[in-house]
Design a binder for this molecule. Structure first.
Ligand SMILES: [Zn+2]
Length: 527
């Protein structure tokens, strides 16, 4: 004869979910036992209409009590326990029926807890999921696991006032716990208000438990988690820290790692990311690879510091410090690509979609030297990268060049136009490359306005970016420059995030992109 199953449940005001639940399993089980803890809605009536045996227990802030009452009343060979907002798919009945042919085993099953909102690290429901019909429109879920199916043996009891389980009792009686590949579909989230109510309800029970066991770190962990899920992060932190005090050296290492992890997550909830990282790392020290901690760390938003702007001058073999060879230039760009940078032009700073959380980099070339066109441009074009060229307009085609600048040639208009046509941003680097701190007001205006005017006329585009020659500026120059330009580039190193004073890092012969990248990683993108 085939083994039989008692479905054991406890209920309080579950009329909304009860019919779905009982309909899903009525053909699987041979008996339905429901222990009611004081329903005031139609729960009992509906249960009876399914032929359930209904018992009543006075609610006493202890989930194990009614659960054990249901076990006492069960008369069949096996116990299956479900909550009223859970169902089992019909497709899985055969698996369950064949599992219960094995004696002396108990089965743990995964619960798919469905949820509406997308949150990091939730699994998402794919359309080819064999349980597609069971998600009730909720696309995301997370798994939890516990024993759901076990032989009807009167020595097996639920233990724990909130997170009641039979695991301990089963082990004590020598039953082997095996996983059974049948998911329980859980819809707690369908009724949000209800679930909030439930949370506060759990919170009160957890408080009660802690009163009974004030030196048990696990009680602190549970209470802290209830505070956390009510978004009472400060309370959660206080409770977790108390719990850590009661952790015994080594013996409680597992609990300690959980407490540290949850502590980190509570700080994360408060957006206190430094503390969050500290505790998450500490939990990983005790339990390397702990998934929840790793996920917590990964979900901490990266600090918003800014864009790394590199300032190049010349790509050539010249011995001058401002020149780097094409080989080195290529190596640097490939390193940046490999390290995950996204290349943007200076127009990024005047776009609406600014975010500094990614690894962003901007390449700029000052003065308008010919190698920018002959060396850098072809390489960057091949790699799909657009850069920014700052042109000193009187120097175009190599006119009016002082002796000390004659180590290289300069671009002509056709070349500058071609850069512009290919998506490069062309900005002004002054008319004559004068140090603007040492010119009179009229010259200052000329340097700023005329270079802009001539560039706009030749390129047929607005020129919105200016780089101070020699990086020299003061508040007066800045104020005047802002009348003509939207961004102003300096040569102060650091990350750029203010468009009226963009920091840039000068790259010379001996600059190391690897060092620069490491700095960026440490400052900006600390794991
Ligand atoms: Zn310059």
């Amino acid at each position: 004869m085939n083994p039989t199953i008692s479905l054991c449940m406890i209920a309080k005001n579950e009329e909304k979910f009860l019919p779905d639940c009982l309909n899903s399993v009525k053909d699987l089980v041979d008996e339905i036992i429901i222990v009611d803890t004081g329903s005031t809605d139609r729960t009992v009536e509906i249960a009876k209409s399914f032929g359930a045996k209904v018992f009543h227990v006075h609610w006493d802030n202890d989930f194990s009590k009614p659960r054990n009452k249901s076990l006492e009343q069960a008369t069949k060979d096996w116990i299956l326990f479900l909550d009223l907002d859970e169902i089992i798919a019909k497709e899985d009945f055969e698996k369950i029926k064949s599992a219960i042919k094995t004696k002396n085993s108990a089965y743990s099953m995964k619960t798919r807890n469905y949820i509406h909102e997308k949150k990091p690290f939730l699994q998402s429901f794919s359309s080819d999921d064999i349980y597609s019909d069971y998600n009730k429109g909720m696309r995301f879920f997370w798994y939890s696991t516990k024993v759901r199916l076990f032989p009807n043996n009167k020595k097996i009891k639920f233990v724990g006032v909130v997170h009641e389980m039979v695991e301990k009792s089963l082990k004590k009686e020598g039953f082997q716990i095996k996983p059974l590949d049948v998911p329980i579909h859980h819809y707690n989230q369908l009724d949000k208000e209800k679930s909030r109510e439930k949370r506060f309800f759990y919170l009160n029970i957890s408080k009660k438990k802690l009163e009974c066991e004030p030196k048990n770190p696990k009680a602190y962990l549970e209470l802290g988690r209830e505070y956390f899920s009510c978004k009472m992060h400060h309370r959660a932190i206080f409770i977790y820290k108390r719990g850590l005090i009661f952790c015994k050296e080594r013996a409680d290492d597992d609990l300690k790692s959980f407490l540290l992890c949850e502590l980190g997550l509570a700080y994360k909830g408060l957006k206190k990311y430094l503390e969050a990282k500290k505790y998450l790392y500490e939990s990983l020290k005790i339990k390397p690879g702990m998934k929840k901690s790793l996920e917590g760390l990964n979900s901490i938003p990266k600090e918003k510091i800014g864009v790394l702007i590199l300032c190049y001058h010349d790509v050539s073999e010249s011995k001058i410090d401002w020149c780097i060879t094409i080989q080195n230039f290529e190596k640097q760009i490939l390193t940046l690509i490999k390290n995950g940078y996204e290349f943007v032009t200076l127009d990024y700073f005047i776009s609406k979609k600014q975010y500094f959380s990614k690894k962003l980099i901007t390449l700029t070339f000052d003065d308008g030297r010919k190698s920018v066109y002959t060396e850098a441009f072809p390489l960057l074009k091949k790699l799909g990268i657009k850069a920014t060229a700052f042109i000193t307009t009187d120097w175009i085609e190599g006119k009016n060049i002082s002796q000390k600048e004659q180590y290289s040639d300069f671009m002509n208009w056709d070349e500058i136009k071609e850069l512009s046509k290919n998506g490069w941003v062309v900005g002004s680097h002054g008319k004559t490359h004068k140090d603007l701190r040492f010119v009179d007001e009229k010259t200052l205006k000329e340097e700023l306005e005329e270079s802009k005017k001539v560039l706009e006329k030749n390129l047929g585009k607005k020129v919105l970016h200016f780089a101070y020659p020699y990086g020299s500026h003061n508040p007066k120059i800045q104020k005047e420059a802002l009348k003509n330009y939207e961004t102003l580039s300096t040569i102060l190193s650091g990350f750029a995030n203010k468009k009226n004073s963009l920091n840039r890092t000068i790259i010379t012969k001996n600059s190391s992109i690897t060092i620069l990248d490491n700095q960026a990683n440490n400052k900006n993108y600390n794991s």
